[in-house]
Design a protein around this ligand. Structure first.
Ligand SMILES: Nc1ncnc2c1ncn2[C@@H]1O[C@H](COP(=O)(O)OP(=O)(O)OP(=O)(O)O)[C@@H](O)[C@H]1O
Ligand SMILES: [Mg+2]
Length: 256
């Protein structure tokens, strides 16, 4: 049965999508069967692996509204062992539709129910969450075994993190007792910034066992690769980002 991992942080621009794409692709390189689900109306995971957002026939929205099954929504990608459930801006209004379609008590479980029929088709299901703690993210957390929190070593990062951990605890208690934080992944790291090393030291103090041993360095290749619609491993196999995300994928397999 697939392990379901959400990449989440309500802070925008911290590397959720970059990490979801590249960890998913790295797991595929390591021989695991991986499904990446784009659950952010921005559709950056979709375009980031080369799928045209505008031309989607079926998207993650259709699984939530019940217009399609998860199986129907899956697209094959040109990358090893990697499949995608894409999305686009049409997902943005879905929360209102869901309130009409479902009873309140069913709302947090819609994605979990939708994924049940495909759980045995993959080793890992990776969900790229939007930068908010709304109903989409709640659905992702309820469907997940673990959460990876990508974060930058910035001044306000610790504040955001404690808010996020509070929300995760709430969802664990109400909807998904098995939910755990698989790890905190430091992204866009630059050890030469004194602030980064300071925040890193604080993080290690509070959350030592949760922080991935591998940090992702700040490197323009990751942005370039996304612009080409490729995981960095396929864009430049020997790039620092390729090696680091492969290490993170290996660590993930050990952690979950
Ligand atoms: N390690 C890195 N080095 C340099 N640039 C990076 C790195 N990781 C991500 N970026 C760039 O930073 C920007 C934000 O990254 P990304 O889209 O992954 O964040 P996000 O958390 O998914 O954002 P959002 O909250 O909008 O969904 C992108 O332009 C991305 O290419
Ligand atoms: Mg994103």
């Amino acid at each position: 049965m697939a392990k379901v991992i959400s990449f989440a942080n309500q802070t925008g621009g911290v590397g959720k999508t970059t990490s979801a794409i590249n960890v998913a692709a790295s797991l595929g390189v390591l021989g695991h069967r991986v499904l990446l689900i784009d659950l952010d109306p921005q559709g950056n995971s979709t375009s980031g692996i080369g799928v045209a957002k505008k031309e989607l026939k079926i998207s993650s929205k259709d699984i939530l509204t019940g217009n399609s099954t998860a199986k129907e929504a899956i697209l094959d990608t040109e990358f090893d062992n990697l499949w995608l459930i894409p999305t686009n801006i049409s997902l943005a209004g879905v929360e209102f539709e869901l309130y009409d379609l479902f009873e309140d008590g069913q709302l947090p479980y819609i994605l979990k129910e939708g994924l049940k029929p495909i759980q045995d088709d993959f080793d890992y299901i990776i969900i790229d969450c939007p930068p908010s703690l709304g109903m989409l993210t709640i659905n992702a957390f309820t469907a997940s075994d673990g959460i990876i929190v990508p974060m930058q070593c910035e001044y306000y990062a610790m504040e955001g993190l404690s808010q996020l951990i509070g929300a995760i605890k709430g969802i664990k208690k109400k909807f998904n007792p098995e939910l755990t934080i698989t790890g905190i992944l430091i992204t866009m790291y630059n050890a030469r910034f004194r602030l980064s090393s300071q925040v890193m030291a604080d993080l290690k103090n509070y959350y030592a066992d949760k922080i991935f041993d591998t940090c992702i360095s700040r490197t323009v290749k990751l942005t370039e690769a996304a612009g080409y619609g490729e995981p960095v491993y396929y864009y430049e196999k020997n790039a620092k980002g390729s090696k680091q995300y492969l290490e993170v994928a290996k660590e993930l397999c050990e952690r979950i």
